[in-house]
Design a protein around this ligand. Structure first.
Ligand code: WT7
Length: 644
């Protein structure tokens, strides 16, 4: 995939300069901001002033690689910054959340409404014995209660761990156990294309093997029958009825943990990425303001799920810290019709839309008639995130959604970076379709070679981050060794992103995708090892190798190669059974697109599966050097089978 992308990108020379109208009204209008960013400490010191601190910090940065501490000694509360400080003036009556349910039901919460419900839920959590430092797992659909739960945790200093509602009970159990959560907040169910996903039932199954959880708070969403376990389970709406509206925010140290968010890595075990309070909030609010050129009257919609970092940083903490009006949509882009997104934009007069390349490729496939039936004239800025965007998708987005007048900000970042690290500043940066342009001010990103040395302009290599940044992850929960090895093991003191990239002669960055065993399916990160472990957990499977095959809509799709145990027979429904097995172990997002059986897997002499070769086979490319192979007959066998 990397080679193909590189080839098409090398011919990409379209450029879109900011229009003078846009620049004239932009939050950031002059390139001097990049010079200010060079002085990276004073730059981030200045940006911290946008937050309300209970006590000022004494030192900006303490950097003893791989551990960074920002705004030392400062005290603040994330929920106070997202809510209370907006209540001082008319903003109290500004819409904070505009919720659109899958069924078309809607609910609008002002900042005051949100503050009230967050305070009440925070009091409920306290009454259940949750205090500062206790972890709470949140397993909810995209409903206001998801945002309320996150902010309620933040208010009392209890780090949250949001688990995406598409994860299975097994995946949920592992994440609850790893975080040793005291309380789980879930709902009876969630709506998905007209059917109900049984979240409470999943949580009940997960909790069978969990001892740390004392209580489960259940939001009523679908109102279907669920089991409520006595002395453990509590209805959200009942608990709130009697909860006090007054819950003072707990002053947190800048370095106190705000949340844990699990993400896939190169091993079978997901990593609990730990984010701080002060640095994280400074990073997400600054980037949200400048990259999206946020204005008071904007209606901002990020289509991600709150279960991912995009939702944490750019649905909840960044936008609400900035006092924005945020649209929250529960459902799918094609339910009940393929114009659902455009209907929502028309209905709420959305002015900023932030979505993923995989969604844009689906819209392209469905054709322009869907957006064309709706009035999209309220839009003034578009964004993308999650994976490299191919220039054709960029152009389609620009033309059919942006009406050729909205800048597109292609934002590169990661769960670990917490905040956008590369993106244009739309008032000053010329846009290049397919490139995220360059680093945000105050961020130092480089393309480096194997030894960690920067490559000259025009070269390609690994994407690395030279200096610490405020929203960087602080640790992997409970595993500092893994933290150091994963991100700083390659070159001491330099953060390795796991991505390959090219840096062109004008200094634009072209991200090519992961260079490790992580696959990006529809903008979601999936570790090959996780899927392989799920497959070998099936009683008939001996060995499994999973690769990402280029896919028109998803970017990459999971393809699995499998050897069965001695004496096992292949039967017609086995492929389907294996796919279901993976869904049960991880969730629908990890369902393999294709599964192939083979007598043997290609391995190096030292016994390592050669995934690259499998990718070549799956994508029908000529085979390269296979001299290191222990058994070339395995390859020939596989190749013959794949071509059938
Ligand atoms: C990986 C991080 C951060 C939000 C969503 C994904 C890829 C992300 C871009 C982009 C090219 C991108 C990278 C990165 N990625 N944004 N604009 N252009 N690639 O978060 O699950 O932590 O995945 O997504 O490969 O390493 P994540």
């Amino acid at each position: 995939m990397q080679e193909e992308r590189l080839e098409s990108l090398l011919q990409e020379n379209r450029m879109f300069k900011p229009t003078s109208e846009f620049t004239a009204q932009a939050n950031i209008r002059t390139p001097e901001i990049y010079e200010m960013g060079q002085e990276h400490l004073s730059f981030w010191e200045k940006q911290a002033e946008r937050l309300d601190w209970f006590e000022p910090w004494k030192k900006t940065l303490e950097w003893s690689p791989p551990f960074a501490q920002w705004y030392l000694g400062g005290k603040l509360n994330a929920s106070y910054n997202c809510l209370d400080r907006h209540l001082r003036d008319w903003h109290r009556n500004k819409a904070a959340l505009i919720f659109e349910g899958e069924n078309g039901d809607s609910r609008i919460l002002t900042y005051q409404d949100l503050h009230r419900e967050v305070s009440q839920l925070a009091n409920v959590l306290k009454s259940l014995g949750v205090g500062k430092g206790d972890r709470v797992t949140i397993y909810l659909p995209m409903i206001p209660e998801a945002v309320i739960s996150m902010l309620a945790c933040a208010r009392i200093g209890a780090p949250h761990s949001v688990v995406f509602g598409g994860f299975s009970s097994d995946a949920l159990r592992d994440r609850i156990n790893d975080a040793q959560a005291k309380v789980v907040i879930t709902s009876d169910g969630s709506f998905r294309r007209g059917s109900i996903v049984p979240l409470k039932e999943n949580a009940d199954i997960a909790l069978q093997d969990v001892t740390c959880v004392e209580h489960v708070i259940v939001v009523q969403r679908t109102a279907h029958q669920v089991n409520m376990q006595e002395n453990r389970d509590i209805w959200y709406h009942e608990a709130l009825k009697t909860a006090s509206l007054d819950c003072p925010p707990v002053p947190m140290d800048a370095e106190d943990m705000l949340f844990i968010l699990y993400t896939s890595g190169t091993t079978g075990k997901p990593k609990g990425v730990v984010h701080s309070t002060g640095g994280y909030m400074v990073g997400v609010s600054t980037t949200h303001d400048w990259v999206f050129d946020l204005k008071e009257e904007d209606v901002y919609w990020c289509t991600a799920d709150v279960g991912w970092i995009t939702g944490h940083s750019y649905i909840v903490y960044g936008p609400l810290a900035n006092g924005a009006t945020v649209v929250l949509y529960e459902g799918s882009p094609d339910y009940p019709n393929k114009d659902r997104y455009w209907e929502i934009i028309e209905k709420y007069q959305v002015s900023i839309l932030y979505t993923a390349p995989t969604a844009i490729r689906s819209f392209m496939k469905w054709g322009p008639s869907y957006p064309q039936r709706r009035d999209l004239s309220s839009l003034r800025l578009l964004g993308t995130v999650g994976e490299p965007i191919n220039p054709e998708a960029w152009m389609w987005y620009y033309k059919y959604i942006g009406g050729e007048h909205c800048p597109i900000v292609d934002t590169w970042w990661q769960t670990e970076t917490g905040m956008i690290m590369m993106a244009p500043l739309p008032g000053i940066t010329p846009l290049r379709p397919g490139s995220c342009t360059g680093p945000f001010p105050g961020v130092k990103i480089e393309v480096v070679d194997k030894t960690g040395k920067p490559v000259p302009k025009g070269g390609g290599g690994y994407l690395a981050i030279r200096e610490p940044w405020p929203a960087m992850l602080r640790n992997i929960y409970g595993d500092p060794q893994r933290f150091e090895k994963t991100y700083f093991g390659e070159w001491p003191g330099i953060y390795f992103t796991g991505d390959g990239a090219k840096w062109d002669k004008d200094g634009n960055f072209w991200v090519l995708g992961r260079v490790d065993d992580v696959i990006n399916v529809s903008g979601h990160r999936i570790g090959t090892m996780e899927v392989e472990s799920a497959l070998v957990d099936h009683p008939l499977v001996a060995e499994a190798a999973v690769i990402g095959k280029t896919h028109e809509i998803k970017g990459q799709a999971l393809t699995a190669f499998i050897t069965l145990k001695e004496g096992s027979e292949i039967y017609p429904t086995l492929i389907d059974e294996l796919k279901k097995h993976v869904v049960r172990k991880i969730g629908a997002l990890a369902r393999p697109e294709d599964i192939f059986f083979t007598a043997e897997l290609p391995k190096t002499r030292s016994g390592k599966i050669i995934r690259r070769l499998l990718r070549d086979i799956a994508e029908g490319r000529a085979l390269g050097d296979i001299a290191t192979l222990a058994d070339t007959s395995a390859v020939n066998f596989l190749k013959a089978m794949y071509q059938d």
